[in-house]
Design a binder for this molecule. Sequence first.
Ligand code: PLP
Length: 393
Amino acid sequence: MFSNLPSPNLDPILSLAQAFRSDPRSEKVDLGIGVYKNSDGDTPVMQAVTKAQDIVFEKEKTKSYVGLAGCEEFNGLIRNLVLGSSVDPERTTTIQTPGASGALRMLGDLVKAAKPETTVWISDPSYVNHRPVMEAAGLKVRHYCYFDRETKQVNLDKMMSDLAQAGSEDIVLLHGSCHNPTGADIDFDAWKLITKMSLKNGFVPFVDVAYQGFGDGLIQDVEGVRYMASNVEEMLITTSCSKSFGLYRERAGAAIVVNNSQSQANNVKGKMLTLARATYTFPPAHGAELVKTILSSEELTSCWENELVQMRQRLMSLRGALCEELRITHNTHKFDFIEKHKGMFTMLGFSQEQMTVLKDKYGVYGVGDGRINIAGLTEKDIPYVAEAIIKVA
Ligand SMILES: Cc1ncc(COP(=O)(O)O)c(C=O)c1O
C-alpha cells in the first residue's frame, strides 16, 4: 500500500525547532518558530485565559459533542472582533474551526466545491502553509509580488500590477496585519486600492487574520479588513486565537464568509457544515469556550486587552532595542527597517546561505528564507544577535 510513498519533506520551521532543541551551545537563540515569548523566554498562559479557565471548569457539566459549527456564541463574538459593524451579520457565515489552519482548509474546500477551477493568488513570500493548504484543497496557486528585498517594504506598484491579472474566477489571499513572514504590511490606502480593484475585476478577497492586536492595535489591525468587508459583496476571512489569545495548542479559530445575500449565507453555512462533517466533524471545544468567556465579560476582555497591549509594546521595544544596538554599537542604519515592520516577524533579506551561517556559526536560529521571530529575543540576547547579524551581513 505505502511502498511508493516518497520520503517526506519536513516543514522547514518544524525541523528548525528540532535542530534548536538538540544544539548544545548555551549562547543559542531561537528566532525560528512563530510563537510569542516573554522576557524569560516563555510562552505564558495569558491571565485572562487562566481566569476564564477557572470559570469554565466551574461551569462545565458535560464533555458531550458540540455542534458542527462549534459554539455559536463564540462565532458571533469572534466575527464581531474582526468585522465590528462593517457588515450586516445576516450576510455572514461563521463557523468555529481547529485554528486558522482548519479555517484555511475549510475555505479552500468551500471554494473548490463552488468553483473548482479557481486560482488562489498568494503573496511572494507568504505564510509557509498557504500554498500546501490551498493545493491540498485542489486549487491552483499563483504568486503576486509583495516584498521588495531592497527596501524591505511592500512593493505596492508591482503587487497591484500582478493583482490586475486576477479575474472573476480568482481569489486573492491577503494577510490582515503583521505579514508572515516579512513583517511588512500594506497601509490603509492600499486596502482601499485592492478593494477598488476587486470590485472592478471581480476577484474575491480572502483575508487571513492571524495576528489581530500584534501590530498597531485590536481595531487598527483590522481597519483595512473592515473597509473591504463593507464594500465588497463576497469575501473570505480566517481568524486565529493562537497568537492573540495565546491558545496555540487549543486549536481555536474561525472561518468567516461575507455573502452577497442572507440566502447565500444559509447555503454557504450548509456546505461548510457538510465539509466539517466529512473532515474533523466537531471542532475542539475548550479554546473557543475560553475565548467566549473572555469576550462575553467586560472585566476579562479588559484584562485580555491590557495583556495584548503589553505584548505588542514588548515587540516594539525589542525592535527598537535591536535597531539601536545596530545603530550605536555597529554604526549602521542598514537595519532601520526592523523598526518599521509589524508583529512578530521581520524578513532580514538574508540569503539561505547567510541564514545557515547565522545558525551554524552563531547559533542564531532564523528560518531559511530570512525570517526572524522578534519575540524570540530577550533583552540580554540583543548585543550578541546584533553582532552576529553584522558579521553575516
Ligand atoms: C498567517 C498565518 N495564518 C494562519 C496561521 C495558523 O494559525 P493557527 O495556529 O490558528 O492554525 C498562522 C500561524 O503561524 C499564520 O502565521
